[in-house]
Design a protein around this ligand. Structure first.
Ligand SMILES: [Fe+2]
Length: 300
């Protein structure tokens, strides 16, 4: 279940400069399971100076003579900051809608209004502005195959606002949320563990029909797009074998199922035969799902 910590700090809790807090977060290794991320969230709540930390980083970027070549691929809504061995640090700018002609583009970049989970633990703090609002739901990710149209029980967890100095932990895979744009420009300060689990996908959901509604184009989505492109350009046995090899090297049953879909759509292999090759668990081989439900046409 997501953890929300309001903005107020106990008077007897000591505040820690953010650079120091990031170092102390290495102590998360002393905890198990969810306690790890509660420990990190509490440290982030007690930290201070994130805005100054961001300003100093931007200043350093412009002191670099090659600043015009700096790009981390996330456009102007996001910026990577110095992290640590165990945590990547990134800020996100959350812009209000209805103020500029590029709003539709910004909406897409910030996933406003789209219910999604994350394929990583996300510990985030509001450091500027009112903060986005978010509706949170819980799923049992082990019970979700990730097929588009698959009915998935979404358990409502409540609505929160990432206001200045509040912290939220979104549990990887399990917490689904919708980001609602803030009234004024806001900034969140995000910690993402370098320790990742690639067994399950990030997905989009339709909260009205309680179903899986698509796959994002990042992460697995971009890999699948390239494999699909390669298979559409060259339908040789060699490409078919390469796809099988790539699928088998992944721990994700969902990814292997999506590759099986490409093999059947593009390369003429029977879907059932491809699934057999990938030694998938029964829920992925069930007749209730077909290859279209795992197809790259579902990438949004
Ligand atoms: Fe999100």
């Amino acid at each position: 279940m997501a953890l929300f910590i309001g903005p107020n700090l106990d008077p007897d809790e000591q505040r820690i400069p953010i650079a120091e807090a990031i170092g102390l977060m290495e102590g998360y290794r002393n905890f198990e399971d969810r306690e790890k991320w509660h420990f990190v969230a509490n440290l982030l709540h007690r930290s201070h100076g994130e805005v100054e930390f961001l300003e100093a980083h931007i200043k350093r970027l412009f002191e670099n003579e090659e600043y015009d070549k700096i790009s981390d691929g996330y456009r102007s809504n996001s910026l990577a900051l110095p992290g640590s061995e165990s945590f990547r640090v990134r800020i996100n700018r959350w812009r209000p809608v209805g103020t500029r002609p590029i709003d539709n583009y910004v909406d897409i970049g910030l996933s406003y209004g789209i219910a999604h989970n994350h394929d990583f633990q996300l510990i985030t703090k509001g450091i500027f502005g009112d903060g986005y609002r978010t509706k949170v739901f819980k799923i049992k990710s082990d019970a979700c195959a990730g097929a588009v149209g698959e009915p998935t029980k979404l358990h409502p967890q409540g609505e929160f606002q990432l206001c200045d100095q509040s912290v939220i932990w979104f549990e990887a895979f399990e917490d689904i949320h919708i980001q609602i744009p803030p009234d004024d420009e806001s900034i969140s300060f995000n910690l993402i563990p370098t320790e990742r689990n690639f067994e399950k996908p990030q997905l989009f959901f339709d909260t009205t029909s309680s179903t899986v509604s698509g796959f994002p184009e990042n992460s697995f989505g971009s890999t699948l797009s390239y494999l699909d492109l390669m298979a559409s350009l060259n339908s040789s046995q060699e490409v078919s074998e390469l796809l099988v090899e790539i699928a088998m090297s992944s721990r994700s049953r969902w990814f292997r199922t999506c590759v099986a879909s490409i093999l059947s759509r593009r390369l003429g292999m029977e879907y059932a035969e491809a699934l057999d090759k990938f030694e998938l668990a029964p829920e992925f081989r069930s007749a209730k799902f077909d290859s279209e439900q795992f197809s790259t046409v579902n990438i949004r």
